[in-house]
Each structure stands twice: as structure tokens, then as C-alpha cells.
Design a protein around this ligand. Structure first.
Ligand code: CMP
Length: 141
């Protein structure tokens, strides 16, 4: 087992639906540590960089439109195997297929408007967190 960090975003639909507290609460109840937390609005350039792995997908432009449509809340979360633990907590991408008890399973009926994003690997975290945080915003505790 290893202590890992992961990036968790509450997307514009999650903010609009007043689910910031619910997401943070689940992270804390699980026993994970929040090392950095902020609200921001991604511009197009940052959003395209953030989702660069999806640039050839048919939904890429719509995804960039969506993630830049309103504020998001970004957090860096740390804990034992945090990458896979948080992915399990958020559930499958498509809210209609996500298990009840997961964030998407409990709050989303859509494949794009799915409330949250979480890094799918340590390598993805290392790339993604730099789009939204600088290293001096991370508080190790
Ligand atoms: P996320 O975990 O942030 O990673 C990429 C995002 O693209 C995903 O959540 C969804 O918001 C969106 N997405 C993935 N697949 C599709 C799809 N088939 N159609 C529309 N949006 C999608």
C-alpha cells in the first residue's frame, strides 16, 4: 500500500446543484486528507490542456464548453491508495450506470454532467494538478 495524491474536481453542474459540501463531506468521512482546496473558473486554454487526452474524442468541444461554463471546486486529496479509492467513491463515468452509493450514482443521470472528476492514475494526477494548482498552494499535514 502507498500514500497517494489525487485531484478531485466538483464540476460546474455539481457547484450549480450545491453539492460542494456533500463531495467534501464524503472525502472527509472516508478519512482522506484535503491538502489543497479552491474555487476557480477554467478558461478555454486551461480546459483544453486539462482534457488533452480526450482531444480526438467527438465530445471534446462540448466537454470544454461544459467545464468552462461555470465555477469548479478543485482539491488535492491524499491517503492510502487515494487514486483508486476516490475513483471508486465517484463511480462510473455515466451517472446512469454508476452504482448507488457513489457520488455519480447518487447525483447524476448523465455521461457528461457527472458532478465530479478524479485522476485515473498517479501519472494523470501529476499532469492534472499542475493545470489548477501551484506547488505552494499544497499544504502537507
Ligand atoms: P471525467 O471523469 O471528467 O473525464 C472526461 C469527461 O468527459 C467525463 O468525466 C465526462 O464528463 C465526459 N465524457 C466522457 N465520455 C463522454 C461521452 N461519451 N459523451 C459525453 N461526455 C463524455
Amino acid at each position: 500500500m502507498a500514500i497517494e495524491r489525487t485531484l478531485l474536481l466538483v464540476k460546474p453542474d455539481g457547484v450549480e446543484r450545491r453539492l460542494i459540501g456533500e463531495v467534501i463531506s464524503r472525502v472527509e468521512r472516508k478519512g482522506l486528507k484535503i491538502l489543497a482546496l479552491k474555487m476557480l473558473k477554467l478558461d478555454r486554454e486551461k480546459a483544453e490542456e486539462f482534457y488533452s487526452v480526450h482531444k480526438d474524442k467527438p465530445f471534446f468541444n462540448e466537454l470544454v464548453d461544459f467545464i468552462t461554463s461555470g465555477p469548479i471546486v478543485a482539491m488535492i486529496v491524499e491517503g492510502e491508495e487515494a487514486v483508486s479509492v476516490v475513483r471508486i467513491m465517484i463511480g462510473q463515468t455515466d451517472g446512469r450506470k454508476a452504482q448507488p452509493g457513489t457520488i455519480r450514482g447518487d447525483y447524476s443521470l448523465d455521461i457528461m454532467k457527472n458532478i465530479v472528476h478524479a485522476s485515473d492514475s498517479v501519472e494523470s494526477f501529476e499532469r492534472e494538478y499542475k493545470v489548477v494548482f501551484s506547488d505552494d498552494e499544497i499544504v502537507a499535514w
